[in-house]
Design a protein around this ligand. Structure first.
Ligand code: FES
Ligand code: FES
Length: 172
């Protein structure tokens, strides 16, 4: 295949979001995912998963955090084109799909009133979920460290800390 033909071929990628595979075509047409589109944009505007929030759009606030292959990532700093074959979990993927039952961490945020406006909450919950999946009984300083890049304008941080510790094995 010569260089010209290769450049004209649309590139197909597949991302698995909340256990559902999506085939995406990379290109410049309106129905395609742009080569410079971020994962945050694709999740929200292409797949309609608006639970992922975009605050700063430059890697400073943590609002856009999702889990990719088990680790928390900033979806505003991740290009969709880099996510071929990756497994991504968003806030929409945490509840039990058949019953709609909330993830215990989501319930704990509610029980501890760990939010006010809620804008930062999906990112806080996804980062906390990744922490508990990898470390089910974190110490207080480990929770603080895991959430250190997350900013809440409503000052819910201490309630968040209580919610995460309560949802951990240590908290019962
Ligand atoms: S929107 Fe991604 S870090 Fe702020
Ligand atoms: S609850 Fe409002 S920004 Fe965190």
């Amino acid at each position: 295949m010569d260089k010209k033909t290769k450049q004209e071929d649309p590139q197909e990628i597949e991302i698995i979001v909340n256990n559902i595979p999506y085939s995406l075509t990379i290109g410049i047409h309106p129905d395609q995912v742009g080569p410079s589109d971020t994962l945050a944009k694709t999740l929200r505007e292409t797949l309609g998963l608006t639970g992922t929030k975009v605050g700063c759009d430059q890697g400073s606030c943590g609002a856009c955090t999702v889990i990719m292959d088990g680790l928390p990532i900033l979806s505003c700093l991740t290009l969709t084109i880099e996510c071929d074959g990756r497994h991504i979990t968003t806030i929409e993927g945490l509840q039990e799909p058949k019953t709609g039952k909330l993830d215990p961490l989501q319930q704990s945020f509610i029980d501890h009133t760990a939010f006010q406006c809620g804008f930062c909450t999906p990112g806080m919950i996804m980062a906390s979920r990744a922490l508990l999946d990898n470390n089910p009984s974190p110490k207080t300083h480990e929770v603080k460290e895991a959430l250190s890049g997350h900013f809440c304008r409503c000052i819910s941080h201490y309630h968040v800390l209580d919610a995460v510790l309560s949802a951990s094995k240590k908290g019962g």
